[in-house]
Design a protein around this ligand. Structure first.
Ligand code: S3P
Length: 182
């Protein structure tokens, strides 16, 4: 497994905000798979969904993971909320690094994203209901691909960062201990 910190979770769970703060704290660069794809395609995620459809976007996410496995080391990687849905991506995520799942409630997502126009899947009449349904479907998938679950609703950034960095510290220490013993 490569030494990358992967942040996964539903839209609006705070992957970008947590990623930016972690990036400062740990002095690691931050890669965002949505931005990576947008730069490659020279189109926004919404434009990609509108022009090519969701399936094509999902394939771009898989291609992005494959490329990052070859190039990313020691980085923080924030992955799009739907990326863990594809089974093939679970193995790729495992190779790419340790997955921290930022777990959020549907109410918190709705409050954070109401009025947002950049998430094509939420441009519906009743975004609150769409969030509730999608999150219920996806939660088991996020849990399945996570190494660590981090509750984010009703917690400060300091608390979230502390959990991630402490866990990481322990993980790295154990890993080094294991290697020395072996
Ligand atoms: C999606 C999440 C978005 C983006 C796209 C689809 C999803 O990323 O990849 O709109 O299916 O949950 P964020 O989780 O960064 O908002």
């Amino acid at each position: 497994m490569k030494d990358n910190i992967i942040l996964a979770g539903f839209m609006g769970c705070g992957k970008t905000s947590v990623g930016i703060r972690l990036s400062y704290q740990l002095k690691r660069t931050l890669i965002d798979t949505d931005k990576w794809i947008e730069q490659r395609q020279k189109r926004t995620v919404s434009e990609i969904f509108a022009s090519y459809g969701e399936k094509a976007f999902r394939d771009m996410e898989t291609a992005c993971l494959k490329e990052l496995i070859g190039t990313a080391e020691g980085q923080i990687i924030s992955v799009g909320g739907g990326l863990p849905l594809k089974k093939e991506n679970h193995e790729l995520l495992k190779k790419l690094g340790r997955v921290y799942y930022l777990k959020v409630t549907p109410e918190a997502v709705y409050e954070r994203l109401k009025g947002d126009t950049t998430r094509p899947l939420l441009q519906v009449e009743d975004p609150r209901e769409r969030i509730r349904i999608l999150l219920a479907e996806r939660e088991p998938v996020y849990e399945a691909c996570a190494d660590v679950t981090v509750e984010v609703s009703n917690r400060t950034f300091e608390e979230i960062l502390e959990q991630i960095t402490k866990e990481r510290h322990l993980y790295v220490k154990n890993d080094e201990g294991g290697r020395e013993a072996g």
